[in-house]
Ligand binder design. Structure first.
Ligand code: PA5
Ligand code: NI
Length: 192
């Protein structure tokens, strides 16, 4: 990997980086047990393992001092009343933060810390979110038509801990209600 400065662009309207090293596709099947409406989830999955979100990563050494960047795209969709979302994770090195810049779409970041405190931040074009160390994070696309596109940056040595969230879920769900978006307590949350 060259240790010289480099640039890339995020061309409108797709915002797919002009250069990237890794393209991850995550489908319904990789979110097993995370959506509240398990019945609807199973029925949808039986018809099609739909694409829920994609990540374009710029590779750098996974070392402290490096910064990992990329683009996350959550597609519009719902399982029952619950909007499409990422798996969500703590960083394996839990004392590492992350910055998100929303470039397109509407959505929110659902967050919680190991003490079970929760926080939900709106994401809209131009919004910048600082996720402090120790806060797990999950992006949710709340638009019915448009992708939620965010640029992210986090320390190279952060790593990902998916298993804690797979086990306990997040404390808050983001649902489509009759009067708009509803953020409700997750009845199945295994509170830490
Ligand atoms: O590092 C991040 O938080 C993001 O790049 C996410 O990895 C991305 O949004 C995909 O979410 P997840 O890693 O929870 O599948
Ligand atoms: Ni992260």
């Amino acid at each position: 990997m060259p240790d010289t400065p480099f640039t890339f662009t995020l061309p409108f309207p797709t915002l797919i980086p002009s250069h990237f090293d890794n393209h991850i596709e995550r489908r319904l099947s990789s979110l097993k047990g995370q959506f509240f409406d398990l019945d609807t989830y199973q029925k949808m999955l039986a018809v099609e393992d739909s694409l829920v979100y994609e990540v374009y990563e710029i590779r750098r050494p996974e070392a402290a001092g490096e910064i990992l960047t990329g683009i996350s795209i959550v597609h519009p969709g719902k399982v029952g009343r619950e909007f499409y979302m990422t798996k969500g994770h703590f960083h394996a090195v839990i004392d590492t933060a992350e910055v998100y810049l929303c470039m397109k779409g509407e959505g929110c970041m659902v967050m919680e810390n190991p003490q079970g405190e929760t926080s939900v931040a709106s994401l809209y074009p131009g919004s910048v979110l600082y996720v402090p160390p120790r806060w797990a994070h999950r992006s949710v696309c709340t638009s019915r038509q448009q992708d939620l596109v965010t640029f992210f940056a986090y320390p190279g040595h952060s790593g990902h801990d998916y298993s804690t969230i797979e086990r306990q879920g997040f404390g808050k769900l983001v649902l489509e209600g009759e009067k708009g978006i509803e953020i409700v307590d997750n009845p199945r949350w295994n509170k830490p």
